[in-house]
Design a protein around this ligand. Sequence first.
Ligand code: PMP
Length: 396
Amino acid sequence: MIAVRSTEIRRDFPLLKDIIYFDSAATSLSPEPVIHAMNEYERLYRANVGRGVHRLTSLASQKYHNAHQKVARFIGAGEGTTVLTKNTTEAINMVACGLSWKKGDTVVTTAMEHHSNFLPWMRLRDRGVRTEVVVPQADGTFDLSAFELAINDSTRLVALSHASNVLGTVLPVKEIAGICKEHGARLLVDGAQSAPHLPVSIKDIGCDYFCFSGHKMLGPTGTGILWMKDDDIDPLLVGGGMIESVSAESYTLAAGYQRYEAGTPHIAGMIGLGRAVEYLEGAGMDSVRRHEEHLTGKLLTGLASMEHVRIYGPTDNTERIGVVSFNIEGMHPHEVSHILDEAAAIMTRSGEHCCQPLMHHMGIPGGTVRVSLYLYNTAEEIDLLLDTLAEITRRL
Ligand code: PMP
């Protein structure tokens, strides 16, 4: 059963009038209420936040503060600190740069990671930190036994995605969190592809850091989130808006999220993000998940029935998100993506998806075509995609 009423929801997304949008894993579209919330800030109460007492700054500060609370509620973060960032990349780098590392510390990560959850750990090699990289199984699923061999008591941090942006694989993060605890390692979960699509409860997962992007969950670009259990990292930036007191000799940092948000933030964007969270809650994350599962199943079945098409990642749509990578024999992914746009205004992503280590591991340096789904996509759109692909493969 499909609970999300995508036909009604679609009216809220102005861009969907003329195109089919299958690139939500890169960035999602924003609905009218989010655009409206941002406009309202610009038109009615634009002012800086956390500074001064006049009526506009008071209103802006309240709304900005509320955005933090809405985001924390969305991921079931009963406690901890929810910091608003530019994107997932910034959130992960804040942890990588903010922890005090010592020579011999180890970070365990995977070959499935987006570069944003790979390069920050590679860069620490200069400081004597070692990285262990766990490769996925042949079917694209997480290799729990290989992970158990890689982690040990010198592992300081485990950093991995909740869901892969190439294969769609959902990782068993709760089980992983339990193993991390046994070894005294902290766990950072890159939730860029999970929080927008699955009901997420931080409390249930039991991780230490959870990073995700507002712009992939109907929010404006330039918005992201770092949630952390304890305020145990140094701020990346210091300056205005993040101190309790400053003298010529010393300074004291503010408590809570303010400590990590130096300088004027993307206020309109974060207010829009708060509205995006409400929009998703209105649709219901269980329904969003079910809707995407249904469409993913349809897409996988259709692709599997086509000659010359190779699909990557788990075949069971209940064990993956609505991100489906594939290739057509003898064609470069960019060529396929270009034809889909030209022939039927279908937007797909092609290339390496910022996952070169995974592409090398899979032996496909040119990358894949990626279709990524969201609550506004429909079964009719999947049919049109499959028909267009069938036409392309017939010509081979
Ligand atoms: N991690 C994953 C799994 C992603 O899919 C992405 C975005 N493609 C990122 C990190 C980086 O997100 P952002 O560009 O918002 O920093």
